[in-house]
Design a protein around this ligand. Sequence first.
Ligand code: B12
Length: 244
Amino acid sequence: MNFVHDGLAAEFEHVTREGERKHISEQFDSGDALMQEIAYSLITGSHFEVARLVEQALGEGYTANDVLDDGLIAGMSIVGVKFRDNIIFVPEVLIAARAMKAGMVHIEPILSASGVEPLGTIIMGTVKGDLHDIGKNLCIMMLRGSGFVVIDLGVDTKPDEFVDAVTEHNAQIVGMSALLTTTMPNMGVTIEALEEAGLREEIKIMLGGAPVTASFAEDMGADGYGDNAIEAVDRAKEFVEANK
Ligand code: B12
């Protein structure tokens, strides 16, 4: 690892799992001061600063992909770890998410204009009866940042809305989120609806949300489970890889 930013080096100390330390530190290996400043500003939620630095980087000739990967996503990975390990809580995550958004405002137009072939199309929604969307939105942000096209169906999404969206957008992946034990079964109901519509064989399904577990996802007939936004991206990439 190659930290030239003291604040970021201190933030990295919150990452204690060996595999994650390796993965995240690799993102900072270039030792680029500006990218590390962007990551740090994102972690600390300084959204004006993130917007300013991203603009500066693009003006200096950094590619949108580099700024996204080495600055914004690298910073967001540390936010994800800190949230999971109860070092920060929902308000701080939302503030970091706002900072990510402030940076993405400058990145997204370039990425969409560059015609980079998307990795795949994902339908994401919080299932019927459930209004929680903070975690789903974080996943969507990370998935978009990683090169997927994501159709966001929002909250309280009925099974037939998932079915219609898969057909309309010719999607390869469906992601469902649930935060209530009472709405978790609607994930299974939605999977049944996708089966009945004859779409199950054509898509991969991943489930997530705080009360959802890997074994629950398996019981419901999903193809995968993600514990956090980073894992949502990992699952989606695995699905695409498996389909090649
Ligand atoms: C914020 C919040 C709310 C907000 C939601 C705002 C919003 N726009 O989302 C409001 C105030 C509206 C709310 C309402 C309610 N809530 Co609430 N809420 C929470 C709270 C505090 C935080 C949830 C959250 O956003 N976490 C942060 C995000 C980042 O984490 P996450 O969602 O788990 O997402 C991560 C992963 O799970 C994963 N992930 C998420 N989705 C997906 C999808 C895929 C495909 C993948 C791979 C991964 C993935 O990645 C995310 C990022 O790391 C939790 C308590 C808690 N600490 O969890 C209670 C909680 C979920 N709520 C609860 C309850 C009971 C309710 C209400 C019923 C309260 C009421 N009596 O009215 C209502 C339900 C309304 C409804 N019909 O949905 C209970 C649920 C209990 C249970 N066993 O079911 C909880 C656990 C609080 C508690 N301890 O009692 N709530």
